[in-house]
Design a protein around this ligand. Structure first.
Ligand code: SF4
Length: 63
């Protein structure tokens, strides 16, 4: 599984970090998403897919 995020379009809502904290964090100053793991294990797929669905900016992509 490969995860990418478009940092430039992130609006800092933070739902990704709440939904899949092993994969996403938020920059403490700018609040934009920080991708902690670009290739998370398959066990994380459901949490990452949920984060992708919840992201209001639609900037999380999963392959
Ligand atoms: S949920 Fe989307 S908009 Fe919000 S911080 Fe995460 S990537 Fe950015």
């Amino acid at each position: 599984m490969n995860v990418t995020v478009d940092h430039d379009r992130c609006i800092g809502a933070g739902l990704c970090a709440l939904t899949a904290p092993a994969v996403f964090d938020q920059d403490p100053e700018e609040a934009v998403v920080v991708l902690l793991d670009e290739t998370p294990p398959e066990e994380a797929r459901s949490a990452v897919a949920q984060a992708m669905d919840r992201c209001p900016a639609g900037v999380i992509h999963l392959r």
